[in-house]
Design a protein around this ligand. Structure first.
Ligand SMILES: Nc1nc2c(c(=O)[nH]1)N[C@H]1C(S)=C(S)[C@@H](COP(=O)(O)O)O[C@H]1N2
Ligand SMILES: [Mo]
Length: 941
């Protein structure tokens, strides 16, 4: 259940617990200690039991926003924290500003279900659409764009905090959270603790901690040769305030027996090979300085489902994989964890052991020497960002920026920058925001003790900066960074390629491209996940070795060694001797979850016996049962996984799912089939603006209707004719995206798609993968269509369906930009071309760069002219110059515009948004602040 629902269902509980607040509930104690700054430590302590702004030393030392009067409900379970926010209206989520410590970003946790999750096993987990998914739809493994992450500052909001889930998120509802027990077994006093027990028996503490997945920066290794893991960019790192109790305190309480050497942790997630689990050495776990904790809150709020609700282990300065989420069981044992993933994940195997060998020779995984615990030293460049353009006079200063961290509590002691590819280095400035916490001590009911005054270890990332003259940059071919830690560990020049692709920490290099007019474009090594771009792939495509980059050298750098040139396409995915021909009818019998078959590149695979072994969980296979899974499979899997696929090969599909269009849908008056890709031929292309075109595709028959409810979309997929580097590819890659047609349902026999083409440019060298694919199409070419998809349908006459729920609507607001007008236009027609609807009012705010960019303007203006009292149409232009006779708005979408040109929040209102994701996100935030319910009244198309 999303958090907003938690609050709802809790209100009644809370009223009861409020009444019985009695002697057990102690008033808030606030302690402030100031250390350093030349004078001796001075401690003042006060007890606030009435007004939050009493004249306590705390509130006098700095005034507003300090310790609220907070009483948590009983029994305590983390949702109590949220409830408190809601009921007392105090901003308890942030620490008082006067402490002078870095503040937590104010973003509310995500509240909406990403359409990619709808219907899947995580279809109940709210997530931020800005997260870049690294393993298809499921399971959820995701990182923020490096720039978004970095701009958050020291603390990462829950929304953009990276997520690493091996399977589906355990669904823990309120009742389960209330009764959640962490069970101690094995060589100790066997006992179990509810969250209330933990909070009352032990001291509650809050510690700022950076978590890093061991796979951070793995994409760089995967470009060289696909490892056993998926492609993290440099955003697999995030920082939060974690609140809970110290593991060492709890261990002392359960009294480990003689012979106990390891502490084994187990989560509640059910994975193909058992629950997630791993262990710590007891000697480390009992050590207070190591900072390990059992945490129920992140940034002052209950953990989100993705981060381990209701409780997780947090192990500072070690790889993220040790921080077990959804923590259920802790066992004191003579031997280390025997969990499958304790052995088969989070290892750095020796370089000579390739992924194939590692898979066959199991002993490598059981050698304790290859286990990884502490993080290694690492750093990355965030400014300039990938594809950032610098256009500034040579005398200006540009500040290079980035992050650095290490493990084992070790401080980063230097960060060095090279502008000549490592020949000479210069010292960067380093900022350690974590140190601010060493200067204060604070205590309240939500956070417990926030006191690092006695701590010397570094658990968090630091930020480096290096101002440089633009003139100097203009002579550089690359910007390189490396960091060193307290143990004098220095990031290496060369990549330590290893089978799991973990702990990648070679120098982080950003290539500098010099454009005409002294402009520069920057290029990062890779982009996370399947996103294209980065110098590593480019160098590889040019036939050179990406592990030996030479950016400035005019002499061609090291040619690509054959050994590292393994191409995924060379992997054989068929089994020798298998020659059965499988018909589509046979395939169609295997769409169920019991014995799913699927197709990759025309070959059929039977996943029945593999379902429970699949590292991504069985659902990601059953979702594609009976279907062509080529695109998803090829994009996500390693060469090794591809080789493994051969074991499940059972035959070759007769014909192809993609070619066949006349595989008679039952109702052939309708073209679209939600389960099947259907071929459609391009019949004409018409320019409508300098970069937008209308593509008309033929349906099966002249009199056929498309079959698309108003407000829904169609998936289009097509094969690219060129690859991004511009060379002709024998077999182009498949690209796919959802579009809303421009044509009407009553237009029979064809579908028109309005597409704005993002041509390659200096700023965006590859151009839009999909839209460039469109621009390459010639009349007579085929694409494939599938649908309808979407969560919003305009039924007509004031009635709509949102997520399948019927809604009566009188006011429809719409915000769009560019070609985002297409779904909006369909809804407008649904309202104003319906003679039975005489009352529904609509508001449209359409934002474009120049007046010429406004798509479908004639139709919009006509609709508005015909319905002056019901359609409120407003354009805004963001590009200069503004035409002299312009009567509409100027500037980017902002709160004021939304307030003025959209309806006021109301029961019978809704606002639909369609534009670039950042606009959708900020539109949603503004609407929320104006009283709209972001979940039920804001639709992102
Ligand atoms: N129960 C459980 N705990 C888990 C995992 C998991 O899949 N299940 N993934 C681990 C890994 S590999 C990492 S990097 C961290 C990620 O924590 P986060 O998703 O909160 O960022 O959780 C760890 N704890
Ligand atoms: Mo991880």
């Amino acid at each position: 259940m999303p958090p907003s629902h938690w609050i709802e269902s809790l209100k009644s509980d809370f009223r009861i617990s409020k009444k019985k607040q009695g002697n057990r509930d102690h008033p808030v104690k606030v302690t402030v200690v100031e250390v350093g700054k030349g004078h001796s430590a001075e401690e003042s302590s006060s007890t606030i039991d009435s007004a939050p702004s009493s004249s306590s030393p705390l509130s006098s030392s700095a005034s507003e926003g300090s310790s609220p009067k907070v009483q948590l409900s009983e029994p305590f379970y983390p949702v109590s924290l949220l409830l408190q926010n809601d009921e007392t209206q105090v901003a308890v989520a942030s620490l008082p500003g006067n402490l002078g410590v870095p503040s937590v970003p104010k973003d509310e946790p995500p509240t909406t279900i990403d359409p990619q999750d709808a219907g899947g096993p995580d279809g109940w987990v709210p997530r931020d659409p800005r997260m870049v998914r690294l393993t298809g739809k499921h399971p959820f493994n995701a990182e923020a764009k490096l720039n978004d992450l970095f701009n958050q500052g020291f603390f990462t909001s829950t929304n953009l905090f990276f997520v690493r889930n091996h399977g589906a998120v355990p669904k823990v509802d309120l009742d389960m959270a209330k009764h959640w027990k962490v069970e101690f077994t094995g060589l100790c006093n066997n006992t179990s603790f509810s969250l209330e027990d933990l909070r009352t028996k032990f001291e509650v503490v809050t510690i700022p901690i950076t978590l890093v997945c061991a796979g951070n920066r793995r994409k760089e290794q995967n470009v060289v040769q696909k490892s056993l893991g998926f492609s993290w960019g440099a955003g697999g790192v995030s920082t939060a305030l974690f609140t809970g109790v110290r593991l060492c305190d709890v261990l002392k309480y359960v009294q480990p027996e003689r012979g106990a050497k390891h502490v084994v942790f187990e989560g509640a997630d059910q994975l193909p090979n058992g629950p997630y689990g791993t262990s710590q050495l007891l000697s480390w776990a009992s050590e207070p300085n190591k900072g390990m904790m059992l945490a129920w809150a992140m940034n002052g709020k209950p953990l989100e489902p993705d981060h381990g609700f209701p409780i997780r282990l947090v192990v500072p300065s070690q790889i993220g994989g040790r921080s077990v989420k959804w923590l259920k069981k802790i066992e004191l044992s003579a031997i280390e964890s025997q969990h499958h993933l304790h052995f088969h994940d989070n290892k750095v195997l020796p370089m000579p052991v390739g992924p194939d060998q590692a898979r066959v020779e199991k002993s490598w995984w059981y050698d304790p020497r290859y286990l990884i615990r502490d993080l290694n030293v690492n750093s990355a460049i965030a400014c300039p960002d990938h594809d950032e353009i610098l256009d500034a006079p040579p005398s200006n200063t540009y500040t290079l920026r980035g992050y650095a961290y290490s493990g084992g509590g070790r401080r980063i002691t230097r960060v060095e920058i090279s502008l000549d590819e490592g020949s000479t280095w210069r010292l960067a400035e380093i900022e350690y925001p974590e140190d601010k916490f060493r200067e204060v001590a604070y205590d309240d009911t939500i956070y417990g003790k926030v006191d690092l005054t006695a701590s010397d270890l570094c658990f968090c990332w630091s930020f480096w900066s290096f101002p440089v003259l633009v003139e100097e940059l203009s002579k550089a071919a690359a910007i390189t960074v490396r960091a060193m830690d307290e143990g004098l560990a220095l990031q290496p020049r060369d990549m330590y390629w290893n089978a799991t692709g973990m702990m990648n920490n070679w120098w982080f290099r950003v290539a500098v491209h010099h454009l005409e007019g002294d402009k520069m474009r920057f290029e990062h090594p890779t982009m996370a996940g399947t996103q294209p771009g980065g110098w590593m792939q480019r160098i590889k495509d040019e036939g050179r070795d990406p592990t030996q980059p030479r950016f400035g050298d005019p002499a061609p750098a090291a040619p690509l060694k054959d050994a590292s040139a393994e191409k995924a396409s060379d992997v054989v995915m068929t089994k020798p001797g298998v020659n059965r021909k499988i018909t589509k009818a046979e395939l169609a019998e295997h769409t169920g979850p019991e014995n799913p078959w699927f197709v990759v590149q025309g070959e059929v695979y039977d996943a029945t016996t593999y379902l429970n072994e699949h590292p991504g969980g069985p659902q990601s296979i059953t979702l594609v049962a009976g279907d062509d899974a080529t695109e998803d499979f090829m994009a996500i899997h390693s060469a090794d996984a591809k080789r493994k696929l051969a074991e499940y090969h059972i035959g070759t599909l007769e014909g192809s799912l993609m070619e066949e269009t006349k595989d008679a849908p039952v109702d052939d008056t309708i073209f679209l089939n939600p389960k099947q890709w259907k071929k459609s031929k391009l019949v004409s292309v018409n320019d409508v603006s300098k970069d937008s075109k209308v593509f008309r595709f033929a349906l099966d028959k002249d009199e056929q209707a498309l079959g698309l409810p108003t407000g829904q979309h169609v998936y289009v997929r097509l094969k690219r004719k060129t690859v991004s580097s511009g060379k002709k590819a024998a077999d182009g890659e498949m690209v796919q995206r959802a579009y809303t047609p421009l044509s009407r349902e009553m237009d029979k026999g064809h579908i028109d798609m309005l597409v704005k083409i993002y041509y390659p440019s200096n700023v965006f060298p590859t151009g839009g993968k999909m839209t460039v694919g469109f621009s390459e199409l010639e009349v007579g070419d085929m694409v494939e269509l599938k649908g309808p998809i979407g969560h919003f349908t305009w039924v007509g006459n004031g009635s709509a369906l949102l997520h399948g729920k019927k809604r009566t609507l009188r006011q429809v607001g719409m915000i769009c930009a560019g070609s985002g007008i297409t779904p909006i236009l369909q809804v407008l027609r649904g309202i104003f071309e319906d003679p039975s609807d005489t009352t529904t009012e609509a508001w449209v705010l359409d934002i474009n760069r120049y007046a010429d960019d406004i798509l479908c303007r004639e139709e919009l203006d006509t609709l508005a002219a015909r319905n002056p009292s019901r359609l409120h149409l407003r354009y805004s232009l963001t590009g200069q110059p503004i035409p002299p006779d312009w009567e509409h708005s100027v500037g980017r979408m902002d709160l004021e515009m939304i307030k003025t040109y959209l309806p006021k929040a109301s029961e019978e209102g809704i606002v639909c948004i369609c534009g670039p994701p950042p606009m959708e996100q900020s539109g949603k935030e503004s609407l929320t602040s104006l009283g709209w319910n972001p979940q039920e009244q804001v639709v992102i198309f």
